[in-house]
Design a protein around this ligand. Sequence first.
Ligand code: THU
Length: 138
Amino acid sequence: MTNEQLILEAKKARENAYTPYSHFQVGAALVGKSGKIYHGCNIENAAYGPTNCAERTAFFKAVSEGEREFIKIAVVGGPEGADADVTCAPCGVCRQVMMEFCVPDQFMIVLADGKGRWMELSLKELLPLGFGPDNLKA
Ligand code: THU
């Protein structure tokens, strides 16, 4: 699957975003090592704190279905009622969740800008010196 196709999948996922508070809608499409694609959207909450980002929704869906190794994720975001036309980089919490399941210099994050362009960065670039499972090994 090309990055352009994966971005289209993320756009589809964004259609389900539940954003009555921020009105900022995000979609993600995560590729597992099995080749399966997991879609995620942000899901907000009246208590604000329980809000789940699109990226984590995709990861938690995947892990709950038995997938634990991942290749890449595409993320699109932007204000409700408009195309996803701003680059939406994963928040720190989502980067940390990626750190749990991904090889930092191999897992790629595709960020679309909504104008037909995208950039691809590794998790290591987005989370340098990240703390992960290896840090707890003796
Ligand atoms: N959000 C995501 O879903 N992913 C990101 O990468 C950044 C932020 C969501 C959380 C919240 O629902 C809204 O965007 C505004 O922060």
